[in-house]
Design a protein around this ligand. Structure first.
Ligand SMILES: [Zn+2]
Length: 247
């Protein structure tokens, strides 16, 4: 009797599953594995971008002109194109209706510059046509910003005062990570859709020839991979928090 219950206890703790759920240990290992994966995804964005930033497009138009052309075709007249400092700081701001390009993409004529500029114009098109996922994402921005400020505080209190997360602190952390994970999940279709629109427009408008597209695809796909890595990391950490609560 005793030996068999010890055996079952040992079998249970050695099992990957606890009550049909992955154990906290397995999940925290997966979270740790995601750190080098995320770093690799970041590294790939830089390396593919830098490589394709060296390849000038045949048409020779700039990122700013490409973004303008894509938005003109979509009938967007109320979005201004601005230039900003920094490396890969390009974004579309739906609140101010500004398409912001980094200096190298604003003035650049490379495959990378045109790909990034058209991708940002893709976000402006999403806004114009009322793409539901973009609106969902915009609606989540205030909550995501708020919990992103709460998380470090919760972690610090847990670390210094509570010897790890437990009780109400753990519940707060779970809610915060649920919001962050949802935000990163919604980001995926938004980013993939902007890239899809960009690729179609670059060829349709004759900005790039079909044989120039692999450089664009490579650059934008590498960027998309970082969003996937961020989502997977958050999801695994959320599952870890939930499983440690069940423990
Ligand atoms: Zn984007």
């Amino acid at each position: 009797m005793i030996t068999s219950s010890i055996f079952f206890a040992a079998a249970e703790s050695a099992s990957l599953l606890k009550g049909g759920f992955l154990s906290p240990l397995v999940l925290i290992i997966l979270v740790i594995i995601m750190i080098p994966v995320s770093l690799y995804a970041q590294f790939r964005v830089s390396s593919t971008y830098n490589r394709n930033a060296q390849i000038p497009s045949r048409g020779g138009i700039t990122g700013r002109e490409a973004a303008r052309a894509v938005m003109d075709r979509a009938g967007i007249t109320d979005v201004s194109i601005e230039v900003t400092e920094g490396h890969l700081t390009d974004h579309y701001n739906p609140i101010t209706r500004q398409l912001v390009l980094s200096e190298e993409n604003y003035n650049g004529t490379s495959l990378a510059a045109l790909g990034v500029a058209a991708h940002e114009a893709g976000h402006a098109i999403q806004h114009k046509v009322g793409y539901s996922m973009l609106h969902f994402r915009m609606a989540l921005v205030p909550a995501t910003n708020f919990v992103s400020r709460v998380v470090p505080i919760v972690m610090l209190i847990g670390f210094f005062f509570a010897a790890g997360l437990s009780g109400m602190l753990l519940d707060i952390a779970i809610i915060c990570y649920a919001v962050i994970t949802l935000f990163q999940l919604i980001t995926l279709p938004v980013e993939f859709d902007a890239t899809r629109r960009a690729k179609a427009q670059l060829v349709d408008l004759g900005i790039l020839d079909k044989d120039e597209m692999p450089g664009v695809n490579e650059t934008l796909n590498a960027a998309a991979l970082t969003y996937v890595a961020a989502f997977v990391s958050s999801l695994l950490y959320l599952l870890y928090l939930i499983s440690s609560r069940r423990d």
